[in-house]
Ligand binder design. Structure first.
Ligand code: ADP
Ligand code: MG
Ligand code: MG
Length: 912
């Protein structure tokens, strides 16, 4: 019989931390902590296998489960010296969901299970605290009612609120035993009215109902949406943990809390968290009472009472456990704990989510403390997290002006670093709608909940008036790398009325507001975000490296990555300025210099239009002659900026009509300049119109039909090279012919480029090394890569077009259906952001194999957007590319991702 139940308790767990697939993260770590000798209330974990079997069998438990659960329960009773369902002194349990990957707040947990009308009396007598017993019972009834019976939680909450109102009190803890007894009665009537059945008094029936509800919660909408957002597979299932209760609500020597073993925003090595006296677990995140800070160093005002001050003994134990856990897990942990009459229990541990800043500092600090080796430092920083380190901040001068002008209207907790400024939206839906209209949106809510995920994705920043560093908003925003301020308590948010009140100011949707997720400040009006510290040092050079620990560690990380990685990282840059920024971020060349951007410059576009609209070759030649010196100057600028590094220049690519005028007055002006009539010009423009321009007259097809254009460009490149060499600038030009689908196209165009080179270089020919290669972006090119490789000196994957043409998706129109495809899981993610390794990736691998089969030293690069996407970079590493090329600000991400490619074993087939 398959084992479905794993016990933990009395210093021994049947499971361990490596069994997350089977026991979920929570269950695996409860067992691990038990084995470490950490005080954990005993219990057992029902495996994910049981959950999956339950779903597969149409929501029926597998046969062997009942006996295994009963046996585990029996042993738990023996261990605790109490009986489940005992009327005098009942054993109570929690039933907790817990999947392989943590999904904060997505699934359900029920506390105090096992209580009924009689055993509540028993619990009252046994504990000597009748208030406590009824507090536990009312909690259980509302959790059971909502989670198992599907009754709206708000019904119970509004009755609780009414009870507090009757009493004229604000906190649950101020209700007395008679209030709670009355609530228990009301909750039972609600359950009867809404579910048509009385609340089940039999503990075993309660238990099986709860286990089923936990299993079902894996499939609820919130959980599905969350998994989609984070790419967690649907087939994993959740485990259910049945654990004996410990009580944080037995009086003022009891408490419950959550903590990080280090500060998750800054990485500082201090115990960091929040707790509540006389409360049960869910109160801390629910935001009904304001939790207090755990450590003295966290205090922001004198009225706060920390756990360190209030319960020094438990605090000291927590510190010891913090060290034990970090030593064991070798990483920062996120823990839940409960203190029952002065005794500390751990209820959960997992690797803590953190900001990019914290990730960097924690990794280096752990290495300095000899907990992890140097290479591990690299692995600990997720390449995407670097985005946050490069994220904008507010200008210090502007910020201090805003402060002295009294524009700082509130201060909350700095939950996610970075500066954000935008227009206010009070609901996730409005945030999505406004963002869709191209606005920068700040999502402002009392608190966020899992239903708000869509709006959080759409917003540039998130602000809440309630909640702590471990609230939903804080955890999710940190995961997304969004600037976020939580718990700005002086702001009153009236979502339903569509306004917020901050001091004497009322703001509505559409008004501008700014947040600084690094300081926690909330600032009225707009503020311009400004470059990060790293950018100030590297690019603007307005700050000195010696003054920034962050920068020193960032550059150390980059150096480590450079030592490890195999692939080179280049940049996509069209101007000397972009090239300079990219070099500052470590680019090792230009992988894509688009020449069309140069054609759009103000002083050139009219000449370009003349060239396009020319009636005959002579007229066209005259226009090209005027473009030549301009284009040559462009290349000189770029070659100088990249002194000594390779520069790949793509010859003209877009359909010509993109350069044409659209407005009548433009036609009139150009016609006058060219000495023709506006009507004639418009007729010419109509001729150039195409039904499907992305598949039309563009790329090398232009080169074939208008040879003079590519010849002019080639001439400009080689003349620029000669000029630079004379000035002792080293140049390594790589001329790239776009959109090639047949070797014949390539052959004829490459021959022309080479003959221009011969002519321009003349006797200097031998001394200038240059390459002529092609962009691989038409699927056919992949299929005939063998023949193209015979002629081309390099391949560079243009993965945007390759994706577009492989799927047959027009990139400019996918917005109409792609979101739904992703929502319905017809696609795992947007293939224009993260490479489709299955389909497009297969073409890439085939192309590299065929190309290298013909020419073993064929240079292979990637110049589409995917070159800066961490997950795609891993693929290109595996596929054997020589380099990736990406936008300047993503160069550090690609460097680190390329190192991860070497360090992490993905079980793939290795390099081609
Ligand atoms: P979530 O995944 O939403 O955090 P949990 O299963 O961790 O759900 O439980 C919710 C809260 O209840 C947590 O604060 C947890 O510490 C607390 N809790 C769970 N089980 C017990 C227990 N047996 N005794 C005391 N508190 C518990
Ligand atoms: Mg938890
Ligand atoms: Mg292209």
């Amino acid at each position: 019989m398959a084992k479905l139940v794993y016990a933990f308790g009395k210093g021994k767990g049947e499971g361990n931390a490596r069994m997350k697939d089977l026991l979920g993260g929570k269950g695996a770590n409860l067992a691990e902590m038990t084995n470490l000798g950490i005080p954990v209330p005993p219990g057992f974990t029902i495996s994910t296998r049981a959950c999956n079997a339950y779903s597969e069998r149409g929501q029926r438990f597998p046969e062997e489960l009942a006996s295994q659960v009963e046996r585990a329960l029996g042993r738990l009773e023996t261990l605790q010296g109490k009986r489940f369902g005992d009327e005098a002194d009942p054993l109570l349990v929690s039933v907790r969901s817990g999947a392989k990957f943590s999904m904060p707040g997505m699934m359900d947990t029920i506390l105090n299970l096992g209580l009924n009308d009689r055993s509540t009396d028993g619990l009252a007598r046994a504990s000597g605290d009748r208030r406590f017993a009824f507090d536990a019972y009312r909690r259980f009834l509302s959790m059971y009612g909502s989670v198992v019976l599907g009754i709206d939680k708000a019904e119970f909450e509004s009755q609780l609120d009414a009870a507090k109102e009757r009493r004229g009190v604000a906190a649950d803890t101020d209700l007395d035993v008679s209030d709670l007894e009355r609530l228990v009665g009301q909750f039972q009537s609600t359950i009867r009215a809404r579910s048509g059945k009385s609340f089940p008094q039999k503990p075993h029936e309660q238990l099986w109902g709860a286990i089923a509800a936990v299993f079902r919660s894996w499939g609820n909408d919130r959980a599905r949406r969350y998994r989609r957002e984070y790419g967690i597979p649907d087939h994993l299932g959740t485990a259910a943990n049945v654990q004996s209760m410990v009580y944080g609500n037995l009086g003022d020597d009891c408490a419950t809390g959550v903590a990080f073993t280090r500060n998750p925003a800054t990485g500082e090595n201090v115990l960091y968290g929040e707790y509540l006296v006389n409360a049960q677990g869910e109160d801390v995140v629910a935001g009904t009472r304001t939790p207090q800070p755990i450590s003295r160093s966290q205090k922001t005002d004198a009225t706060q009472v920390t756990l360190e001050e209030r319960m020094p003994k438990a605090y000291a134990e927590l510190q010891t456990i913090r060290r034990t856990l970090e030593k064991h897990y070798k990483d920062m942990q996120d823990i839940e704990f409960t203190i029952e009459r002065g005794r500390l229990y751990l209820l959960q541990t997992r690797t803590g989510k953190r900001t990019g800043l914290a990730a960097l500092h924690i990794a280096f600090d752990l290495h300095a403390a000899r907990v992890i080796p140097q290479r591990e430092v690299l692995r600990r920083v997720d390449p995407d997290m670097l985005v946050q380190l490069l994220a904008p901040v507010f200008d210090p001068a502007e910020l201090s002006r805003a402060r002295s002008d009294g524009r700082v209207v509130a201060r909350g907790l700095p939950a996610g670093p970075g500066a954000a400024s935008g227009t206010i939206a009070f609901s996730a839906e409005r945030a999505e709608a406004l963002a869709h209209d191209g606005r920068r949106v700040l999502l402002v809510r009392t608190e966020t909940s899992p239903e708000d995920i869509g709006g959080m994705v759409a917003a540039v920043g998130i602000l809440t008036s309630r909640g702590g560093m471990t609230s939903h908003a804080a955890v999710v925003a940190r995961g997304m790398g969004k600037p976020c301020v939580v718990g700005a308590e002086s702001i009153r948010v009236a979502e339903h009325d569509g306004h917020l009140v901050a001091g004497s100011t009322t703001l509505r949707e559409g008004d501008a507001l700014s947040i600084d997720g690094t300081t926690g400040e909330v600032i009225l009006g707009p503020l311009d975000p400004h470059p990060s510290e790293i950018q100030q040092i590297l690019v603007e050079k307005t700050k000195r490296p010696a003054r920034s620990k962050l920068y020193r560690r960032f550059s150390k990380l980059m150096r480590l990555a450079d030592q490890v990685r195999r692939m080179r990282v280049r940049t996509n840059a069209d101007t000397p300025e972009d090239a300079r920024v990219a070099r500052a971020f470590g680019a090792e060349g230009i992988g894509l210099c688009r020449t069309e951007h140069m054609f759009f410059a103000e002083d050139r576009i009219s000449v370009v239009r003349e060239m396009i609209l020319a009636d005959d070759d002579a007229q066209r030649a005259r226009a090209l002659e005027r473009l030549l010196p301009m284009q040559r100057a462009d290349f000189i600028g770029i070659f100088k900026a990249m002194n000594g590094l390779p520069v790949t220049i793509r010859l003209l690519d877009p359909p010509l009509h993109e350069f044409l005028p659209t407005r009548p007055e433009q036609f009139r002006r150009i016609a006058a300049e060219m000495g023709v009539t506006a009507a004639a010009l418009e007729a010419k423009a109509r001729q150039l119109h195409e039904t499907n321009p992305m598949l039309g007259h563009r790329g090398c097809r232009l080169g074939v039909t208008f040879p003079a254009i590519y010849e002019m460009q080639a001439r400009a490149i080689f003349e620029a090279a000669v000029h630079c060499r004379r000035e002792r600038v080293r140049v390594l030009p790589e001329v790239m012919i776009p959109l090639v689908g047949t070797v014949e196209e390539f052959r004829v165009l490459a021959a022309r480029v080479r003959s221009v080179a011969d002519e321009v270089l003349g006797t200097a020919r031998g001394r200038l090394r240059y390459l002529v290669g092609t962009m691989i972006e038409v699927p056919r090119a992949c299929l005939v890569a063998d023949s193209i490789a015979a002629e081309a000196e390099f391949f560079s994957f243009g993965t945007n077009d390759l994706t577009q043409m492989t799927y047959g998706f027009s990139r400019d129109d996918v917005g109409k259906f792609l979101p739904q495809y992703v929502a319905m899981r017809l696609l795992p993610s947007d293939p224009f952001q993260t490479l489709d390794t299955v389909g497009v990736g297969r073409l890439v691998r085939l192309c590299i194999a065929e190309g290298r089969g013909r020419k073993s030293d064929l240079k292979v690069g990637v110049c589409g957007e995917h070159g800066g996407d961490a997950r795609s970079v891993l693929f290109f590493h595996d596929a054997g590319a020589d380099y990736v090329s990406c936008s300047p600000y993503r160069v550090p991400i690609a460097r680190l991702a390329a190192a991860h490619g070497v360090l992490t074993d993905r079980g793939g087939s290795g390099t081609a």
